[in-house]
Ligand binder design. Structure first.
Ligand code: ISL
Ligand code: CA
Length: 582
């Protein structure tokens, strides 16, 4: 007992020494999907000049770092996650001058810029791949994974975005198959080849030398594979819904050698941050990526939270009973404890691969959309982890819920639909499930005002605008002091007002409560209590210490009401409050 206490107070005092304080731990990251933010030339596609025109809006949010989804040269099979030229800007998004102006504009406002690094795969239209496929003896042949057809069919590997589900594609030009974990337009790079690694480090330096502040690293555990390609079955993968990909297809024997090399040769030379998209990373493997003593990466984001509540292997269909808050609390508490002494966590509920946060985790009916948006934002801004906040969530934007496949633009939804159709599956059931889980729900244009197309474009938007833009938009919300937007700004300020919200110890309270998520954040003598009712009924939580007399820091009910009865607090539907314990 003595030692447990000693350890935790050690962690507390250690937590804020200068050694441990890092700008990226204290930052709020705001993610922008450039295709959908603001269109400056009215071709219907958001672009860099559009972002530049909204820098003051971004500044007004109080965020510190922008993560920009890929904006490099790309034929857009997967909206920029298929890169054909790493050193250029996608034509639709503008020019390198626009990029430089964007970076300058952000830096002038004290905001950092993090780019998306997509180096598990390139586009099949990248020059390296064109060379690679041209002949078996081409110097670029080993930049990718090829399987000569005379060896027979290669062992099964899934291709996430392929209708036939296969991750190998036959290329008659050289009578061989190439590997692609996503679509056939996204061939996987061969990281075993040192030349490939040097190419990647060189392109990273290209952007870092321009002054960018770090990278979000797409599917980084996938870069290293067991290139003996042992036989695995679809069943192996299906039975390991969360871990299967990692176990059989990723995290190859040299993964951490490569990450150490990236750190030694590139990242360590700059004052930048790195965050891994930790697809498949588990509690057991997380430290390998982010333990500072290992000199690899700074942060990762895991999928355990966002995968909760889906029926396994059913095209992301939600369990009809929704998700269990008790499990939700277990997952986020576990991940907090993983990084208590080593590494550093991230927290998110939405991004460009996820549906809108309020639809998925809150309640988007008119009565509760604003309250539950604010409640979820309170969670994100009060955890011990760097928040990655997805653009539009600060307005309470919700899923568009397309009811026809023709409205979808995402390769994932379109090809899954074909797959269900080919297998004679239930297409209505599929479309219903997509209304909750499809990625396009979070890719609809940002809602600036109530003019046509939400002020995003005067052209035809590349994907439909959510009709709720008439009332859910920046212009309306800036004027309303109780809006989701103004609540967001207030809670970002609150997070920044006290290091306890960043570094303070996290303690879960009333953990068996199925409706309320309650916890404290403690640093030295400062202690805050966070109360979140995740459900639409009135809920009671037992805190275990007297709450009366504590100071209210924020409350998503605009009248500031909160029913405290000694150690017990009664919360209204989706109520959220943060109290300072005196
Ligand atoms: O989006 C997913 C499921 O709906 C994820 O499985 C996703 O494919 C996975 O997390 C990898 O995501 C990243 O790489 C993909 C790209 O489509 C995603 O947008 C990107 O975030 C391929 O580059
Ligand atoms: Ca445009």
């Amino acid at each position: 007992m003595c030692c447990v206490l000693a350890n935790s107070s050690y962690a507390q005092t250690q937590a804020v020494t200068n050694n441990n304080r890092k700008w990226w731990k204290e930052a709020v990251v705001y993610q922008i999907y450039p295709r959908s933010f603001k269109d400056s030339n009215n071709d219907g596609i958001g672009d860099l000049k559009g972002i530049i025109s909204k820098l003051d809006y971004i500044k007004s949010l109080g965020v510190d770092v922008i993560w920009l989804n890929p904006m490099y040269g790309s034929p857009n099979a997967d909206n920029g996650y298929d890169i054909s030229d790493y050193r250029s800007v996608m034509k639709e998004f503008g020019t390198m001058d626009d990029f430089d102006a964007l970076l300058k504009g952000l830096h002038e406002r004290g905001i950092k810029l993090v780019l998306d690094l997509v180096v598990n795969h390139t586009s099949d239209e990248h020059e390296w791949f064109k060379q690679s496929r041209s002949s078996r003896t081409n110097p670029y042949r080993d930049y990718y994974h090829w399987w000569p057809a005379e060896k027979g069919k290669p062992p099964f590997r899934p291709g996430a975005f392929e209708v036939d589900g296969s991750g190998w594609r036959y290329d008659s030009l050289t009578n061989a198959y190439y590997l692609h974990y996503f679509s056939y337009k996204q061939p996987d790079l061969n990281w075993e080849n040192p030349k490939v690694r040097q190419e990647v480090y060189s392109l990273m330096r290209f952007w870092l030398d321009k002054g960018v502040d770090g990278f979000r690293m797409d599917v980084i555990p996938f870069i290293a594979k067991d290139i003996n390609f042992p036989v695995i079955t679809k069943k192996d993968l299906d039975e390991n819904y969360n871990g299967g990909w990692d176990q059989y297809m990723a995290s190859g024997p040299h993964l951490h050698d490569y990450l150490k090399e990236v750190n030694a040769q590139v990242l360590s030379k700059y004052n930048v941050m790195s965050v891994a998209e930790g697809a498949g990373v588990t509690a057991a493997t997380a430290h390998k990526f982010v333990d500072a003593d290992r000199h690899e990466l700074n942060m990762l984001y895991h999928f355990e939270g966002v995968n909760l509540g889906y029926i396994p292997n059913r095209f992301k269909k939600m369990d009809p009973h929704g998700y269990s808050l008790i499990k939700f609390k277990q997952i986020y508490s576990k991940w907090d404890s993983i990084f208590e002494y080593k590494g550093w966590g991230t927290i998110y509920l939405g991004n460009h691969d996820q549906p809108r946060m309020v639809t998925r985790w809150g309640n988007d009916v008119p009565e509760y959309r604003e309250l539950s948006s604010k409640m979820l934002t309170t969670f994100l801004m009060t955890m011990r982890a760097t928040p990655y906040y997805y653009f539009g969530d600060e307005l309470g934007m919700s899923n568009i819920k397309f009811d026809k496949i023709e409205d979808y633009r995402d390769i994932e939804s379109i090809n899954m639909y074909k797959q269900v159709k080919n297998n004679g599956g239930d297409l209505n059931e599929f479309i219903e499930a997509q209304k909750i889980s499809a990625r396009d729900n979070s890719r609809t244009p940002f809602q600036w005002n109530s003019s046509e197309n939400a002020g995003f474009t005067t052209g035809t938007p590349w994907i439909k605008v959510n009709p709720n833009y008439i009332s859910i938009n920046v212009e309306a919300e800036e004027k309303d002091s109780n809006s989701v937007l103004n609540y967001f700004k207030r809670i970002v300020k609150l997070r920044k007002s006290d290091l306890a919200f960043v570094y303070g110890r996290y303690d879960l309270i009333d953990k068996a409560n199925p409706d309320v998520y309650a916890y404290t954040r403690t640093l030295n003598h400062d202690k805050y209590l966070v109360l979140l009712n995740f459900h639409q009924h009135i809920s009671i939580t037992n805190i275990g210490f007297n709450v009366k007399g504590s100071k209210q820091m924020i409350n998503n009910y605009s009248d500031g009401s909160l029913i405290i009865n000694g150690k017990q607090v009664t919360l209204k539907p989706y109520q959220a409050a943060v109290l300072k314990i005196q």
